[in-house]
Design a protein around this ligand. Sequence first.
Ligand code: DC
Length: 462
Amino acid sequence: MTTIAIDGPGGAGKSTLARNLAAALGLDWLDTGAMYRAVALLSLRRGVDSADAAALGALAASMQLEVGTAVRLDGEDVTGAIRSTAVDGIVSKVAAHPEVRRQLVERQRAWVAARRGGIVEGRDITSVVLPDADVRIYLTAGGDERASRRAVERGDADPSAARASIAARDALDSSRPASPLVVADGAVVLDSTGRSPADVLEEALGLVRAAGVAPGPVPAPPAPRPVAGRVVRPPSPAELRFYAVCRAITVGASERFHPGPVVGAERLPASGAYVLAPVHRTNLDWLTVARVTRRRLRYLVKDEVWRRSKLAGRLIEALGAFPVDRSAPDREALAKALEVLAAGEPLVIFPEGTRRSGPTVDDVRDGAAYLALRSGAPIYPVGLGGMEASMPRGARLPRPRRVVVVVGEPLLPATFLATAGTASAGGRPSRVPRSVTKALSEALRAALQEVHDAAEAAVGGG
Ligand code: DC
């Protein structure tokens, strides 16, 4: 089995790279920072001082911890809690104690041994935990870029707080006597400054291949099947003008009524297709999500709208919406959506299928993953913080509230296809296996939960 070790400072993109590599290679991935964060959280809850090495070591030894898409500490889901500012403030001090490190390093090695491989990321993986890993990467990026990425993760429009917090932690992590963050001998330095996740992934996959431990190249996504009789053409200038005017009026009103920032919009490509996948909590989510880009968005909208009012249907159709029957898998709507993506337009689909309530993204339907896998378009998860509070279930009208929109890192379908090894003679998989669609859907669910938590936390933070 393959073992890949990744180290680097905060915000360098380690988790993104590890997640993408894991999907591309079909390996499990371990975020060791989450383990140090769990000890820090536990110490805050138990009132243990961050200087008390022996007591912290005992906490690390006795806690029950599972780190996966969710982080569970003694049975409780602490995925969001370990990213709090309080934890940020002490985690480097907690991680500096050899008593804590010994316990966690042992667990990390056991994790790898149980799987006979995997991807492990942190600060001392290439140097201490897995010095003999097949591939060892030191991932870095410029300080400003790391700060703005962290701010985006947290749903924070202003990166200055993240800059200060990251700089303080980097200084502690690099200067501590026990397993400091260093570029280990023989580790390959990758710089992700100004580069897309796909680009960094490609370089890392090159290292994996060079080490002779990877499957072949990442296959291209399958070509979208042409749909007989209908061709979606790119929008005409008149259609674009109509959209721009309607967008300016409606989005302008929405921004006045629900003021707040959009975080992470710069991640969205200025041209070409993508799937925009927001959480769904209110009847106005479609409008709030239109804040993220001036490009014309195409929406899959429930067909009841057309049944209830022909006029409303015509209007939103002119704006780029098209109907979907939600009672059954609607092949025609999916085919049309594929055409839209093939024409290079961004498409909005609510993966939860229908309006949900509460902070949890319980499950998602497979439509978004299917469309991404068939078209090759990336999926951008979108969190809408404050929307549900503004319009709880049963409310007829929205209330004025602060709303924060967070656009997350894209999920890249090619990495999921690579896992399946579905390349046919022509390099394109002839079909997308169900297991791959399911894996991408599950990754989307986890990503949606992350951005939604970040968006809600940012609303709470004022
Ligand atoms: O990657 P992160 O920001 O979630 O990590 C949280 C802290 O844990 C960070 O200050 C460094 C520390 N850490 C460590 O000392 N060793 C690791 N292998 C991983 C993280």
